[in-house]
Design a protein around this ligand. Structure first.
Ligand SMILES: Cc1cc2nc3c(=O)[nH]c(=O)nc-3n(C[C@H](O)[C@H](O)[C@H](O)COP(=O)(O)O)c2cc1C
Length: 185
């Protein structure tokens, strides 16, 4: 399944983001099995429907295009105040609008790391609710990495082998899910 294209979206703008670190590790783990393109939400403006009516700004058009072309999305579900980060929700709002919209029917998987004890579980649940409305197709498996400060280095690289193995197991399940989606099961 090496022609599989996955767009990885971190919910954080932080350079050493743990959630970005998880996606980079996923890119390494999936090497040879899927092409994982890591995008940044740094240039995505705040959603404004007046702006949308005039035409999508370039960074938004580029994100929408990446989502459109992807076979699947892998989202790093940064959790702020028991919910997804604003930048992530904002990006989803942009990608949920016509034409298309790019998120409709798009398979996705959620992973997340937080410094707290619940590994973004609340952010992920809220994201599933939001993505249900836009009719994206969620992989039911999940990965919750808690106590992240001890598992990543100062650059945000995943350094914990047990977490890397859990991520690898999650990705095996995610790819099997994507194969089933492809087969129309
Ligand atoms: C505004 C804010 C709110 C936060 N709220 C939560 C929270 O609800 N649950 C949690 O586990 N961690 C929370 N944290 C800690 C984050 O897990 C931590 O900052 C983490 O590094 C953010 O993800 P990132 O590494 O991808 O940037 C919060 C951090 C900030 C800055």
């Amino acid at each position: 399944m090496s022609d599989l294209r996955i767009v990885a979206i971190p919910g954080s703008l932080r350079k050493a983001s743990f959630n970005r670190g998880l996606l980079v590790a996923a890119q390494e783990i999936l090497s040879g099995r899927a092409e994982v393109e890591l995008v940044s939400l740094a240039d995505i403006p705040l959603y404004n429907d007046d702006v949308r009516a005039l035409g999508y700004p370039e960074p938004v058009a580029s994100l929408r295009d990446a989502v459109e072309r992807a076979d699947a999305l892998l989202i790093g579900a940064t959790e702020y105040n028991f919910g997804p980060s604003g930048v992530l929700k904002n990006a989803i709002d942009w990608a949920s609008r016509p034409p298309g919209p790019p998120l409709a029917g798009k398979p996705y998987g959620l992973v997340g790391a937080s410094t707290g004890g619940f590994g973004t579980v609340r952010s992920q649940l809220q994201l599933r609710q939001v993505l249900l409305f836009v009719q994206a197709l969620g992989y039911p498996g999940s990965l919750h990495v808690s106590g992240a400060a001890a598992l990543f280095d100062e650059d945000g690289k995943l350094i914990d082998e047990q977490t890397r193995q859990s991520l690898s197991d999650f990705l095996d399940g995610f790819l099997a899910f994507l194969e089933r989606v492809r087969a129309g099961e």
